[in-house]
Ligand binder design. Structure first.
Ligand SMILES: *Cc1c(COP(=O)(O)O)cnc(C)c1O
Length: 221
């Protein structure tokens, strides 16, 4: 038995059951494997199962893996400092953690200078946990979306969030916020929320992408 394929199968079942329970099509939920602190060999095994895109938290680690495995795509799901914006834009296919105007501006300048087109996501935090995970809220979301909405190089793809534990309505609040912005901007925006322990709640609330580390790869080093 291959533990990785067993875990992936179990995950697909969890997603499918959650979708069935709320009348969603299970194809509508993307499973993004989070490979932070997992060895390249395991990522290779996941690639053999058909996964092509992996989430990484740490800029240096993710760049190392992107260079080592140029046939795969890596997206940044961890905090980004402005002074690392250039290597991040060069090596990650998507930046999912834009949470402040200074960072957005820097990425916009670099994208234009380097001629690099990238998908980007705005990280939101509606509950004021800013110090721990990053993320913007309220008028901060407004400012970022206005900056990014018409950018020729950076395509605004959606919202990413890591709701703090203990707020059961967090996922539905995020979904409502996404719906509001879709209406305002007149375009569809994806919602990335849900991890190993809470993917069912996230899917039920309308998540388009769950980011799964431990339940996919096993415990991290
Ligand atoms: C680590 C991490 C995940 C995956 O967490 P698990 O609980 O291991 O599934 C998802 N999203 C972000 C932003 C993370 O940092």
């Amino acid at each position: 038995m291959n533990p990785l394929s067993d875990r992936v199968q179990a995950l697909r079942q969890r997603i499918q059951r959650a979708c069935e329970a709320c009348g969603r099509n299970s194809d509508s939920v993307e499973l993004l494997p989070v490979s932070k602190r997992q060895p390249p060999l395991l990522i290779r095994h996941a690639a053999e199962l058909g996964f092509r895109t992996f989430g990484e938290n740490y800029v240096q680690e993710g760049i190392g893996k992107a260079q080592e495995m140029p046939d795969l795509h890596f997206v940044l799901i961890g905090p980004l400092q402005r002074n690392k914006a250039k290597p991040a834009l060069e090596h990650f296919q998507e930046i999912m953690t834009i949470d402040r105007p200074e960072l957005a501006l820097r990425l916009q300048q670099l994208s234009a200078e380097l001629g690099l087109a990238r998908r980007v996501w705005v990280q939101v935090d509606l509950w004021g946990e800013t110090t721990k995970w990053g993320g913007c809220s309220g008028s901060g979301i407004d400012a970022l979306l206005r900056m990014l909405a018409g950018d020729p190089g950076l395509t605004l793809h959606g919202f990413m969030a890591i709701p703090p534990p203990g707020i059961p309505q967090a996922f539905s609040e995020l979904a409502a916020m996404r719906d509001t912005w879709q209406q305002k901007l007149g375009r569809s925006l994806r919602l990335s929320m849900g991890m190993s322990d809470d993917l069912e709640e996230a899917v039920t609330a309308g998540s388009d992408q769950v980011r799964i580390g431990t339940a996919f790869f096993g415990e991290r080093a």
